[in-house]
Design a protein around this ligand. Sequence first.
Ligand code: XMP
Length: 514
Amino acid sequence: MEKELVIVLDFGGQYNQLVARRVRECNVYCEIYSYKTDIAKIKEMNPKGIILTGGPNSCYEEGAPTYSKELFEMGIPVLGLCYGAQLMQHVLGGKVEKAPVREYGKTNVRVNQASALFTDVAKDTVCWMSHFDYISKTAPGFSVCATTADCPVAAAEYPEKNLYAIQFHPEVLHTVEGTKMLSNFVYNVCHCSGDWKMDAFVENQIKAIREKVGDGKVLCALSGGVDSSVAAVLLSKAIGDQLTCVFVDQGLLRKNEGDEVEAVFGPEGNYELNFIRVNAQERFYEKLKGVEEPEQKRKIIGEEFIRVFEEEAKKIGAVDFLVQGTIYPDVVESGLGGESAVIKSHHNVGGLPDYVDFKEIIEPLRDLFKDEVRKVGLELGIPEYLVFRQPFPGPGLGIRIIGEVNAEKVRIVQDADAIYREEIAKAGLDRDINQYFAALTNMRSVGVMGDERTYDYAVALRAVKTIDFMTAESAEIPWEVLQTVMTRIINEVKGVNRVFYDLTSKPPGTIEFE
Ligand code: XMP
């Protein structure tokens, strides 16, 4: 089914994914492409609108990212944001230069002209600014519709040509009415109808999967995480018992997690799934014996996972398709979408198809952002506690135990982590903090308990607030909560006599310890 499309042309700004997410929140489908995308390809995609993102360059400098004038002459509405706004003005004959005053942060913007873009937006509104350059003179035909104390052109428009330029960032939450502005653009300027809805997505995907799979057999590596759970349930709705889900308990899961996953997806669970649980704890511990180096540990865990998975695939036999829980940020971050630097070529657990002989990969969530995956999950009736789970890395506790991994250390970190999670939930902090867990430092120190000397491990508590997991701040947890967690861990978890709270942000730290 043909759906409406708005294109984000990425000029290297840090908020490129956010722009697309916000547009999709307005129920309009949106994809990110590099500014190097050919005009012919853009025409072929027939977008209802085009949004140009911010970027780190100065558009008047030689070699800066640019686009031909033709982009603005196709009759397709264009909205330029920050760099995109400057570029639009520069290419169409306006003037952009270094600003006498650099604007950064929350800024009061005054809307001084009725504009389709600012319908229902307050006359004085707070917006997020981040720029060195500014538009000192608009291009012919444009009129200024908003200003700030330091910026004579905070927004400009040429409504007859459907061209709009905004110096600030409507996609950032600090721009209080930003979503309204983007919604105004897609509805009032691009005249979208808003056909991007998750119920329709589910219906269309089910149809597409049935067509693709025919009567073939499909294998899905189910980790119990959000993406693989949603993918599994979607596939199961589409093709029923042609699907087999393999869940590998590698002995590095959180406390009781194996049983919890089985309770939901296993024979007694909510779904009629061919569910295979492989208890592979011992073979993982065996492989990890004596290994301390983080990258080596990761490789061993990843490799062993594939071996287990392969064995199960062989037992089932004649499997044509493999399901992968790839989501849109994975696609963009792998450099297949926008212009931002390749950060990591991401693979979900089990998603390493090169090793096994499959006819084809099915990636039903490939077009979705994480929040959309969650919406699909709810649409499919997956319980909320699964849908809103915090991320858990593929190598599991293996990278939360510094140094060598063994069953005893796994038990300690599982128990400490369970207490921590319980107290965070009890304090009502679980929806505010994006990721939190206990880790086992490899440090042992002297303590005293009940008049006796102890020589035990130190547990580290981590909790971060983050939007994209690329950068993060350590979360401020009330002291009483931390104290309760500390007391309970020391009293209830044998082998621990100290508890640390990790204050490090990312960068310079990472979220995980290894
Ligand atoms: P770092 O530690 O790199 O983590 O700051 C950023 C986010 O990614 C998760 N993470 C992983 N997820 N496989 C995964 O599926 C991995 O190997 C992996 N390593 C880190 C981490 O939990 C955090 O959310």
